[in-house]
Design a protein around this ligand. Structure first.
Ligand code: G4P
Length: 531
């Protein structure tokens, strides 16, 4: 450890306490991109929000963020945006918008300390919202719920609260309550301050400071709309729907805010809520369930690996969530999977056009390690005291295709590309002796993953491919003895995934059930199900 390191280690508790590391998650179209921009605008990270966040030309969240960065000149990595707000340091970690990339979302949720769940007021809880609530529950992540688009007609606020309570099992504890029905946005009642935050129409390129007035003034100004809001707020109080920090952190309640992201309303309250209530970077559990205190020597884990982010350099970036200690660029850490040293000379925050070198990072921060081809998603890194964080689960694939090079003379590029995409966690790769090395089987949770493979293989690895769809719908983990039995059966195939797991693929759930009936000795385990 360098002298610099020894000196700054003392700051770890303070720096960890300042961190708020979270992700915004939602069903597509609920307003995630809009809210992200609005958050940055309010944090003064940017002075002008872009006039457009349309879908045209949108290819995914990464390019969204890159485009945003280019338009606004803000500091956006492909994985996280960091900005200061009052005394806090906010790390907003990006999640993919589409359900087909749910594996990536799950990985991101393992790297954050809280989630902001965005709900479209007129749509309520949509399928992806429900799945994401479930993942947060599994991971024990505290969730702040934000009801967005309150400027549009929609359900009543009380109905939305009932829906959250009934369908997620979380007790909603609104921090603000709308004054005026959905579509008639007048402002919100701040339930803790008991005053009124007025909605002020501004252009969507400026973040106006909040306008607050007392309850007495609001009653005169807003008339019936205020009395209704105040009565409903009392009703919530009678039902014990008030914020309770311990219950929130325990995943039993979810504080709720009402906003209109596109109008920049409610966004400052969200930032204040994050700073006040969201957990800071705290001890993380290792693979055996022991907490790694933030004051231990440096440790972190890889939650995302990405290549080809800079067309000029064939780079391979591993994004690491810092869990403990101080990260200093240039330090040599241990890669826990191999036990080998790993030099962090190229630690960077990647911006669209330029890269900023990260010299130091603290618990909660996200660091991009360039030239990190040895690192895989889920790998742990540490300095000093060894630690291994829990592995990232691989989800049960539901779509299967054989992949082959279009030009068989390019088998080297083909092999390298497929291995790389496997490494990055873009797709699961399975092989069998029967099919041979030139025809691996790819397994995906969502079919859009295949599109990414096709594009990356063509453009990044210069090895155009062709796919052949396989008629399988589900996979189960199995063992060698069962594999022998299954290999003799019809409509089932056993392959070895690159992590060594034997996977049996079945054409239909009925075929699986029939085989189990005929061969009760078969060993078949469920795999983690995708969100
Ligand atoms: P996403 O990232 O979650 O997919 O959502 P995104 O921000 O792209 O927002 C989806 C649509 O919802 C956008 O409209 C956006 O303008 C709109 N929107 C977001 N927040 C609000 C809000 O508070 N109120 C209202 N009324 N609309 C909101 P679009 O028509 O798809 O695109 P655009 O051309 O309007 O940007």
């Amino acid at each position: 450890m360098t002298l610099l390191g020894a000196a700054s280690d003392k700051n770890v508790p303070l720096e960890a306490r300042r961190r708020r590391t979270f992700a915004v998650i939602s069903h597509p179209d609920a307003g995630k991109s809009t809210l992200t921009e609005a958050l940055l605008l309010h944090a003064r990270a940017i002075t002008t929000a872009g006039a457009t966040h349309g879908k045209a030309g949108r290819r995914g969240t990464v390019s969204d963020w890159m485009a945003m960065e280019q338009a606004r000149g803000i500091s956006v990595t492909s994985a996280a945006i960091q900005f200061e707000y009052h005394d806090a340091v906010i790390n907003l970690v990006d999640t993919p918008g589409h359900a087909d990339f749910s594996e990536d979302t799950f990985r991101v949720l393992s790297a954050v300390d809280a989630a902001v769940m965005l709900v479209d007021a007129s749509k309520g809880l949509e399928p992806q919202t429900m799945k994401l609530f479930e993942v947060c529950k599994q991971r024990g992540l505290p969730v702040i719920t934000v009801i967005n688009k309150w400027d549009r007609p929609g359900a009543t606020a009380l109905d939305l609260m009932d829906e959250i309570k009934d369908r997620t099992g979380l007790l909603p504890t609104p921090l603000t309550w709308p004054v005026g029905i959905a579509g008639d946005l007048r402002g919100v009642l701040d339930r803790r301050e008991d005053d009124f935050v007025r909605f002020v129409r501004t252009s969507n390129t400026t973040a106006a400071p909040e306008e607050r007035v007392s309850a007495a003034e609001a009653a005169i100004e807003q008339g019936d709309a205020w009395s209704v809001a105040a009565e409903e707020s009392d009703l919530l109080h009678a039902e014990h729907q008030d914020h309770d920090e311990a219950l929130f952190l325990d995943g039993q309640t979810t504080p709720v805010l009402f906003c209109a992201a596109v109008l920049n309303f409610g966004v400052q309250q969200l930032l204040d809520t994050l700073v006040e209530f969201a957990p800071s970077a705290e001890a993380r559990l290792d693979v055996v369930g022991d907490p790694r205190p933030v004051t231990s020597s440096f440790s972190g884990f890889v939650f995302k690996v990405q290549s080809g982010m800079n067309a000029n350099h064939r780079d391979h970036v591993a994004f690491v969530r810092v869990c403990s200690g101080v990260f200093h660029r240039g330090m040599v850490v241990t890669h826990s999977t191999t036990g080998r040293p790993f030099a962090t000379k190229y630690a960077q925050q990647l911006f669209g056009r330029e890269r900023t070198v990260v010299d130091q990072a603290w618990p909660g921060d996200i660091v991009g390690l360039v030239n990190a081809s040895a690192l895989r998603v889920g790998d742990s890194l540490f300095d000093g005291d060894p630690v291994e964080f829990p592995p990232m689960p691989l989800f049960s694939p539901e779509h299967f295709r054989v992949v082959r090079p279009q030009d068989t003379s390019k088998h080297k590029q083909f092999r390298r590309g497929i291995d790389q995409l496997d490494h990055e966690g873009v797709i699961q790769v399975m092989r069998s002796e029967l099919r041979g090395d030139q025809a691996p089987v790819l397994g995906a949770v969502g079919p859009m993953q295949f599109e990414v493979v096709e594009e990356r293989m063509t453009h990044d690895f210069n090895a155009a491919i062709r796919f052949e769809e396989l008629p399988y719908q589900l996979a189960r983990r199995t063992d060698r003895d069962s594999a022998e039995v299954l290999n003799r059966a019809r409509q089932v195939e056993v392959l070895t995934r690159s992590d060594g797991t034997l996977l049996a693929l079945f054409s239909t759930p009925w075929r699986l059930a029939a085989l189990v009936r005929e061969n009760p000795e078969l060993v078949l385990h469920d795999l983690a199900t995708a969100v």
